[in-house]
Design a protein around this ligand. Structure first.
Ligand code: NAP
Length: 279
């Protein structure tokens, strides 16, 4: 009997910009799997019905993106440890008839740096700019990887304080206006703010204050070389873009739904880079 074609989705609102169908489509072709992965625009007032009936409609699971990640966290019947720690769900699947949720953003962040800058996690001080959803995933991983001090720096300092309370020691909260004072002993600088996205201006942090050995990474990947990464390279620092995080965060979901672990290869990266350059 022919194997049933497995179907997965990414849902968000809006969703047209999502590059996930290209990533999963590449892996389905490469691994010769007869499955599908489609983008579905779901407005917030329809999200609960969509998610709870996804299994009935024949989906094995899918990705959940802006603005539904927190709603998915509340709706799933079971969550893994990463979802619990991050407080949002971006990957769902059905297991023993139950809807299960995970968050793979932290995995994507770490796997990108593991691949492109092995040894990045030898510890020390990390400075994280931003205190939104993406920052939570990064903090979860930096804590796991044993950084001795993690400074969260945000324009709205109360949001940084919330995260410092939630994640506890060694996370501390700071005002973005004090960022320059926090860089002198940093081993790692991570931008998780949306600053640097296409059309935005310069970055409000002086990279000249970082040690020569510091690694700089940006979660923003459109443009691929953000003003922060360009400034880091100009100073001779190691600089890693955020596209790898997007590619790596997709892999655990694919394996859950389609049964094979895909690889983040140069060919996949080149395909998505070409798509970004066209946009
Ligand atoms: P979010 O929850 O909306 O948080 C946005 C953050 O950016 C907040 O800390 C906000 O500060 C800060 N910010 C926005 N505009 C600012 C400005 N003009 N000056 C200073 N700070 C500003 O967003 P998110 O979900 O965390 O996502 C953040 C970025 O990460 C987005 O660009 C997203 O595309 C990217 N991302 C990339 C990946 C990947 O796979 N590479 C994954 C997830 C997210 P306030 O709190 O003061 O508003």
């Amino acid at each position: 009997m022919a194997e049933q074609r497995k179907m997965a989705f990414v849902c968000g609102h809006p969703i047209a910009h999502s590059r996930s169908p290209k990533i999963h489509g590449h892996w389905l072709d490469e691994l010769g799997i007869a499955g599908s992965y489609e983008a579905i625009d779901v407005e917030p007032d329809r999200f609960s019905e969509f998610l709870m009936r996804a299994g009935e409609r024949g989906y094995v699971g899918g990705n959940v993106t802006i603005p539904h990640k927190e709603a998915a966290f509340r709706l799933v019947e079971r969550r893994d440890e990463a979802a619990e720690a991050i407080g949002a769900v971006n990957t769902v699947w059905i297991e023993d008839g139950k809807l299960v949720g995970s968050n793979t953003d932290g995995h994507g962040f770490a796997a990108n740096l593991d691949q492109r800058s092995p040894g990045w996690d030898k510890g020390g001080v990390a400075v994280v700019l931003g205190a939104g959803g993406a920052a939570r995933a990064v903090l979860h991983v930096l804590k796991q990887r044993g950084f001795s001090e993690i400074r969260v720096v945000n324009r709205s300092v109360d949001r940084a304080e919330d995260l410092a309370r939630t994640f506890g020691d060694p996370v501390t909260a700071h005002d973005l206006r004090d960022a320059d004072k926090l860089l002198g002993d940093a081993a790692l600088l991570v931008n998780t703010t949306s600053l640097g996205m296409k059309g935005q201006g310069d970055f409000p942090v002086d990279l000249g204050l970082l040690p020569e050995t510091a690694l700089v990474t940006d979660l923003v990947y459109v443009p691929l070389e953000t003003p922060l990464l360009a400034a880091a390279k100009k100073r001779g620092l190691r600089a890693i873009d955020g596209l790898g995080m997007l590619l790596h965060q997709a892999a655990p979901g694919f394996e859950r739904w389609f049964g094979k672990r895909p690889e983040v290869t140069d060919a996949l990266r080149a395909k998505i880079v070409a798509d970004i350059e066209r946009s």
